[in-house]
Write a protein that binds this ligand. Structure first.
Ligand code: FRU
Length: 495
């Protein structure tokens, strides 16, 4: 019975992490040194995925008075090269979160000698103003690059959107709205979103507001994003809004609304919250600009609840794997699915050879080396309770599973190693199942200090960091409480 219900379980090992620092993930972006939070300014340009990020390069504790935009590039969304800081604090303040666009028609006029500019739109956070108790210390500014994002020049007319007196006024996300031939800025303004439009990225006009009476409001709205999907020739719009605190499992979280946008007003077709990721550690997730119909998102793998205190060496902060978003219709309801980008999956597939492992559940032979990332896939033709246990020989473990009775997925890191001093860290996190069919599939990506679970093609996603004192290098699967037959396991060792 178990044999027939259990389809395929596979896992593969990616390349090894830095031997000096076993906590550094192998395939997730981390800064070489210092503190990192939100991903910023993601734009695809000339074969490179640019990833900027909130960075305090000189400290593993964030300094909000001196926040920089760090910078990394990747050609394949798996291997990242860190470059010089792109934007540094100046007289107008620290550089908070924002976005970047490829201004292909040179609407901004920053282009030169036939080169169209990349333009970054970000929040200037003036901590002097903040200390003085004024409410207009966050303003929106721009900068441009004509050399593939390597160097940036700030606009002398900054700021381009002045604060009307709202304490939390930040994180501009901009896209080109082709139907109206104008740029749209989605800005987080305390407890709602304000939309602005511009012909040239310099002159902005307020269009509308959304959200005071919609969605979750357990904290401040931050890092929004407005994207669209073609559904049978009709555009369906999705407004992503990050929220802290008030997330689905406490602390930081990413919610979204589906609806329509007419170039001025966003109208949601629901008021209740939809969550993109139910784990505790996906935050500030937004999408890349200039990727055509693909919607690629990356988030910061942390939670402001305990972000300052997670174990660190000379660096602190990790991104999620890049994920592809798709809009799926379930009866009358639209839901975003969020699954690892195909480049990430292919990395595991291409890296090694599949081989069978016997008696994996009882054997002391490790099924992964002590460093590196690996992937577990589980497919069941009929949904029944199951649990995937990652563990090490010290008895530390993290569980990812599905409980059929409550129809919920879970990640349980109660016994995952270093947990004691982290606020509300050691516990089980749950997520609803949305898929309507009977078959269940789960992909796990484990990379030294994190586990990402994508169930039902990403309709339920959960992200969790964990800090075992030595890496989890063994895995066991049980179904309805019984250990499954080990002969159904296949291992993909890259080395
Ligand atoms: C979200 C956030 C943003 C802000 C940035 C500061 O995590 O609070 O709203 O721009 O971090 O680093």
């Amino acid at each position: 019975m178990i044999k027939t219900l259990l389809g395929v379980v596979m896992f593969g090992l990616a390349f090894c992490a830095n031997a000096q620092d076993v906590t550094r993930p192998a395939i997730h972006f981390t800064p070489q040194k210092g503190w990192m939070n939100d991903p910023n300014g993601m734009v695809f340009y000339k074969g490179e995925y640019h990833l900027f990020f909130q960075h305090t390069p000189f400290s593993t504790i964030p300094d909000f008075t001196r926040m920089h935009w760090g910078h990394a590039v990747s050609k394949d969304l798996v291997h990242w090269t860190e470059l010089e800081s792109a934007l540094k604090p100046d007289d107008l303040g620290a550089i908070f979160s924002g976005s970047a666009v490829f201004d292909v028609n040179n609407t901004s006029g920053f282009g030169k000698d036939g080169i169209a500019p990349l333009v970054a739109i970000f929040t200037h956070h003036n901590s002097v103003g903040e200390k003085a108790g004024v409410d207009n210390f966050q303003n929106q500014s721009i900068a441009y690059s004509l050399d593939n994002g390597r160097t940036w020049t700030k606009y002398e007319g900054n700021p381009v959107v002045k604060n009307p007196g709202i304490r939390d006024f930040r994180d501009p996300k901009v896209f080109w709205y082709e139907e109206g031939k104008k740029w749209i800025m989605t800005l987080a303004t305390l407890d709602h979103i304000t939309f602005y439009s511009s012909p040239n990225l310099k002159d902005w006009k307020e269009e509308s507001k959304f959200g005071k009476n919609a969605g979750a409001h357990g904290g401040v709205w931050e890092c929004p994003d407005l994207i669209s999907f073609d559904k049978k020739g009709k555009k369906v719009w999705v407004l992503i809004v990050n929220l802290n605190p008030g997330g689905p499992n406490g602390g930081s979280g990413t919610q979204y609304f589906t609806g329509g946008f007419d170039g001025s007003v966003f109208t949601a077709d629901h008021t209740e919250t939809k969550w993109l990721d139910f784990g505790p550690d996906e935050y500030a997730g937004v999408t890349w600009d200039n990727t055509g119909n693909r919607k690629l998102l990356i988030g910061w793998m942390n939670n402001w609840k305990y972000a300052f205190t997670v174990p660190a060496t000379t660096w602190r902060g990790t991104m999620t794997v890049p994920r592809e978003l798709q809009l799926k219709k379930l009866e009358n309801d639209y839901r975003l699915s969020c699954a690892p980008a195909v480049e990430v999956i292919n990395h595991f597939k291409n890296k090694g050879k599949w081989k069978k492992v016997n008696k994996v559940n009882t054997s002391s032979e490790p099924i992964a080396t002590n460093t590196g990332a690996f992937q577990v896939e589980l497919k069941l033709s009929a949904a029944s309770s199951f649990e995937i246990k990652l563990f090490n020989k010290k008895g530390e473990e993290i569980l990812a599973g599905f409980d059929k009775t409550s129809n919920t997925f879970y990640i349980d890191r109660a016994k995952s190693g270093r947990t004691a001093y982290l606020n509300e860290f050691a516990k089980r996190y749950t997520a609803p199942r949305f898929a309507l069919g009977n078959a269940v599939d789960v992909t796990l990506i484990i990379d030294n200090t994190s586990i990402e679970m994508f169930a039902d093609g990403g309709l339920t996603a959960m992200t969790s960091v964990c800090f075992p004192t030595e890496p989890f290098n063994q895995v066991a699967v049980s179904q309805n409480g019984r250990i499954t037959n080990s002969s159904q396991w296949r291992v993909n060792n890259a080395d």
